[in-house]
Design a protein around this ligand. Structure first.
Ligand code: 0RA
Length: 643
């Protein structure tokens, strides 16, 4: 045996060991083997194509879900290199990219200035977790092909299969996720993918991302995202269904040798002071971090200075607080840096200290100039902030008054709450039930040990359209806050929650979905961590019932009914449509909806908070027409949910 073949064998084994490790512990590489992990496979491939775009070599990415459930990602980048690899001599570079862990786009010296990071685990991970992968590469005038099976080495090594279309370069990766890994299922959810693609298109000005889902018979509708205005368009999009305070969208950018920042901003007439959405290397930083801190500090300083210099604040007035100025602000902060450090509970908080000074300095200078150059807008912004400061002071006394009534500090639980006997939050569940009669049956049906019931009457206040002081006067809102027991807004303390599952139980009709959305909006705006940490669920009462040999069968939706008919073609007994929760007796409610052994709870997740922000506004905001259209087209689609 020669030296090279010995070392080749050794490396070859190492290759397979690498992928084997991924198959053994997929969670370490993609987070989970549930729906989130499954979708990460798509993001991984698309991120590689986006890296090509960031390096200036790719303008178009096409994603297609094929009829058989595979995912195909085509890009017009440079194409994965096809020559022999300098280190693994028996393999082409392309095979190395697909079979060696962490060989992503970064080998070969130069590589990319900045790339993904968090999701940058490499396409080899996608190969490791797929039952089949096919790769086509157009490069150097030729079309190349290779394929892989069962998460291992190539079963067809890279070969030239013809000429590339004239001058075309690019990569196509087609993969079939392995059902043995993703045991919960390998169905991609279009909405989840689309939210992410839209976000990526916003963050990469001019990049076109197209999506087609071929699983839906006949429709094959193409969704296309391309934003020549980049994050300015992003801000406009988030504010689209809000009432903008002025038309202009502010924008500035800056950089130093190591890092760059872009910021776009606009105010709306709303009261949400949580409209800053930040990103690092194209990855959403939902927990904020150094870039957000830098922006907030400089924004507060610049706005205060402007308000004082221009007479909106007098010498004797207290200064505006950050939250006053942020009221109604929608801002996108996008930074790119070499080695992003992601920290925090969900690894979505940017820890690099150096970016804080860049963002703070850039915001200080550019925002000062922008305010000077746009006096009409500046006046509206500072006026709004002054009003917000007044409301804040009014809210403080409202809050103190409510506290005195001891409704909010947990001492007194709301009278309407039927609590569970367990005092252990981990096993306790709070069911928020629409209407008193449904509340009554839920009370009879529940497991009193672990299930608490809070009936909510009618439609709770629309929190998207009112300031906090008004909200606190609403008894439904008060009951909700004190039942959960952890405060709200800035003071919300996740450690204090009295239940680890908050379950929304509403009818399966349009009214029910409206109430559900109102509740979701409230929780998302006032107890965001509750949602982000996965404590919010939606119960699924069935839509249909029918009888089989004298026993009642419940079917959760139209799809379940179709499946049932497929399995029982001779069934012609009627399907009763269940009208509401109130109509079920306690036994029925337990069997269909509450019994932990049988129920299906949908966990509420917010994949892309910035995109969700726009959706919440559309549902709750001022713009009645866009809300109507949205509810009509999406009423059946559980939009924020990962099943
Ligand atoms: C390694 C090196 C280069 C590009 C890529 C990988 C690459 C990977 C993927 C995955 C999907 N699409 C992709 N496009 C490119 C650099 C190529 C060069 O220097 O010419």
């Amino acid at each position: 045996m020669t030296q090279t073949s010995v070392s080749y064998n050794a490396e070859d084994i190492q290759v397979l060991e690498g992928l084997e490790a991924v198959r053994k512990r997929p969670g370490m590489y993609i987070g989970s083997t549930g729906p989130t992990g499954l979708h990460h496979l798509v993001y991984e491939v698309v991120d590689n194509a986006v890296d090509e775009a960031m390096a200036g070599h790719c303008t178009q990415i096409e994603v297609e879900i094929l009829k058989d459930g595979a995912c195909e990602v085509r890009d017009n980048g440079r194409g994965i290199p096809v020559g022999a690899h300098h280190q693994y001599e028996e393999l082409t570079a392309a095979e190395v990219v697909l079979t060696v862990l962490h060989a992503g786009g970064k080998f070969g010296g130069e590589g990319y200035k900045v790339s993904g990071g968090l999701h940058g685990v490499g396409v080899s991970v996608v190969n490791a977790l797929s039952s089949k992968v096919e790769v086509e590469i157009d490069r150097e005038g030729k079309r190349h092909f290779m394929s892989f099976k069962d998460g291992g080495e190539a079963d067809k090594k890279l070969t030239i299969i013809g000429d590339a279309p004239e001058k075309r370069t690019g990569t196509t990766v087609r993969f079939w996720p392995d059902i043995q890994i993703f045991k919960e299922g390998i169905d991609f959810r279009s909405t989840t993918l689309l939210e992410r693609f839209q976000m990526m298109a916003f963050l990469n000005k001019g990049l076109e991302i197209n999506f087609v889902d071929n699983r839906i018979n006949g429709t094959n509708k193409k969704t296309s995202y391309k934003y020549d205005g980049g994050i300015k368009d992003f801000v406009q999009h988030v504010n689209a269904s809000k009432d903008a305070l002025f038309e202009k969208v502010g924008f500035f950018q800056d950089d130093d040798d190591e890092q760059e920042v872009e910021i776009a901003f606009q105010w709306n007439t709303g009261f949400n002071s949580d409209g800053i959405h930040s990103f690092a290397n194209g990855i959403s930083t939902t927990e904020g971090g150094m870039h957000e801190q830098g922006f907030r500090t400089a924004l507060t300083r610049a706005a205060n200075k402007y308000a004082r210099d221009n007479g909106q604040l007098n010498k004797s007035d207290d200064g505006l607080q950050g939250e006053d100025i942020r009221e109604g602000l929608t801002a996108i902060i996008s930074v790119r840096l070499r080695e992003p450090q992601f920290e925090g509970q969900t690894k979505s908080k940017l820890g690099n200290v150096s970016i804080k000074s860049l963002v703070e300095k850039a915001t200080g200078e550019h925002l000062r100039d922008w305010l000077e150059e746009n006096p009409a807008e500046a006046k509206l912004i500072t006026q709004k902030a002054v009003q917000a400061a007044r409301a804040r002071i009014a809210a403080r006394s409202a809050r103190d008054a409510t506290r005195r009534k001891s409704a909010l500090d947990g001492a007194g639980l709301p009278g309407k709450l039927t609590d569970c006997s367990s005092k252990n939050p981990e096993e306790s569940e709070l069911y928020i039930v629409e209407g008193n009669s449904a509340g009554g049956s839920a009370k009879d049906a529940r497991d009193p040990g672990t299930m608490a019931i809070l009936p909510i009457r009618g439609k709770i206040l629309n929190v998207e359209r009112s300031r906090i002081d008004k909200m606190l006067n609403n008894t439904e809102v008060q009951a909700l806050i004190s039942a959960i027991g952890a405060g709200f807004g800035d003071e919300f303390d996740i450690e204090k929650i009295r239940y680890h599952k908050i379950v929304l139980l509403a009818d399966a009709d349009v009214d029910g979905s409206h109430i559900r959305t109102l509740l979701l909006t409230f929780l998302y705006r006032q107890m965001k961590e509750l949602v982000l940490n996965g404590h919010v669920y939606i119960a699924q009462p069935p839509l249909f019932s029918t009888e089989v040999k004298k026993s009642k069968i419940y079917l959760k939706d139209e799809h379940a009914r179709e499946l049932f008919l497929k399995d029982n073609p001779k069934h012609k007994a009627d399907f009763g449509r269940l009208k509401g929760l109130g109509e079920m007796n306690a036994d029925e409610l337990w069997d269909t909806t509450l019994d932990p052994e049988k129920r299906t709870l949908l966990k509420v997740t917010v994949e892309q908070a910035s995109i969700a922000d726009e959706v919440f506004s559309k549902l709750m905001g001022e713009d009645v027409d866009s809300r109507k259209t949205f509810i009509q087209t999406n009423a059946k689609d559980v939009r924020f949910l990962d099943i």
